[in-house]
Design a protein around this ligand. Structure first.
Ligand code: PHE
Length: 359
């Protein structure tokens, strides 16, 4: 028994891991282990022999059991120590500063507007910024001699001297995407088209590049009433107020008939804009019922389908909602301005979580 004790206690104390430890347990006190076999022999001993051997064997079994438990605990401690050493972290290190980048108000407002219209069932369509003369003008019922071509201060792309390539412009509005969307998807259709547009103009509220969002809905039985509801709903959601009042002013666009410019009731108090109350009106968009010639250019039969369309200035909306007085600062890339007016990168606008949470 002394030999057994010596052998197992030494082996247990030196066991390198739990697998080796389990192997030793089976060999010593498992069902067919050496100690267990000895205990089975007790039955064949004389009562006197048993009185001596029994307690000794029990004591040995207990000794081995507690040695196994002690070694197991020691191995666990050692592995924890190792992990603590390996997964070391210096909590006294200075914190990393918040990432310097923010989301530009134009991107933010584009996302906000998209979230509102997506909720009304509009999908997003895109078109090129270098646009064919035909998409930007002719297809929108603006023929070559039409005064709008000069009124819009168009940037023309340079053109082969022999005039073999069709003329291109930097698109002056997002309306050409209406034509592209109609030709691509047909009717019925509900799209919004956000993007950059270009006009040669520069002052506090005009920059040569700015942003618009075009809306187009084509279906049977669409009327100005649908347009009005849609725009009112949009303004309430976008400006995050319960009540808005819109004023539809008769206007003229070659691509809509009838046409209306839309003003928003607001007030300016201490240089801050309040939407839905007051005595001022702010023009925010152009709109109307899609001209039959435009539907035709989009490959849609005007005897069967009608539609409404609108074009909103994104930068103008951003200035109104977030109180930025000068549009030119939008595109200066001044880090102080971006930090002040920027939005946190992970706050994605949505109707459920709230549209806007300034950084
Ligand atoms: N394209 C017009 C503009 O840029 C806006 C507009 C779009 C008007 C759609 C009516 C319908 O001024």
């Amino acid at each position: 028994m002394d030999v057994l004790r010596e052998r197992y206690l030494t082996a247990i104390a030196a066991a390198p891991d739990e697998v080796a430890l389990e192997d030793l347990r089976v060999r010593a006190i498992g069902r067919k282990g050496e100690v267990s076999l000895r205990m089975r022999e007790l039955g064949r001993m004389t009562p006197d022999e048993r009185k001596v051997a029994g307690p000794k064997l029990n004591a040995l079994k207990e000794e081995i059991t507690s040695a196994l438990a002690a070694r197991k605990a020691a191995l666990e401690d050692a592995s924890l120590d190792e992990r603590l050493k390996a997964e070391w972290l210096d909590v006294t290190l200075p914190a990393r500063s918040r990432s310097a980048g923010t989301v530009h108000p134009v991107s933010q407002v584009t996302e906000e507007v998209t979230a509102v219209f997506a909720d009304m069932g509009f999908t997003v369509a895109e078109g090129p910024q270098v646009e064919s003369d035909w998409h930007n003008f002719d297809a929108l019922n603006i023929p070559a001699e039409h005064p709008t071509r000069t009124e819009m201060d168009t940037f023309y792309m340079s053109h082969a001297a022999d005039q073999t390539d069709p003329p291109h412009v930097l698109r002056t509005h997002t309306s050409p995407v209406q034509i592209r969307a109609m030709n691509r998807f047909g009717a019925p259709l509900r799209v919004i088209c956000p993007g950059r547009v270009y006009r040669a103009d520069y002052d506090q509220t005009h920059t040569p590049m700015f942003h618009q969002i075009e809306g187009l809905a084509v279906d049977v039985d669409i009327s100005m009433a649908n347009l009005k509801w849609c725009l009112e709903e949009f303004c309430r959601a976008f400006f995050e107020v319960d009540q808005v009042e819109l004023r539809f002013r008769a206007s003229h666009f070659p691509f809509t008939e009838p046409s209306a410019e839309v003003d928003l009731r607001c007030s300016w108090e201490d240089g801050r804009l309040k939407v839905g109350e007051g005595d001022s009106w702010m023009e925010i968009l152009g709109s109307g019922m899609v001209h039959p010639k435009v539907l035709k250019a989009g490959g849609i039969d005007p005897d069967k389908w009608q539609g409404f369309a609108f074009g909103i200035g994104i930068d103008r909306l951003a200035m109104l909602k977030y109180g930025m007085p000068d549009l030119r600062a939008f595109f200066d890339g001044d880090l102080r301005w971006l930090k002040h007016y920027g939005f946190a990168a992970l706050d994605v606008p949505g109707l459920h979580g709230g549209l806007s949470r300034p950084a």
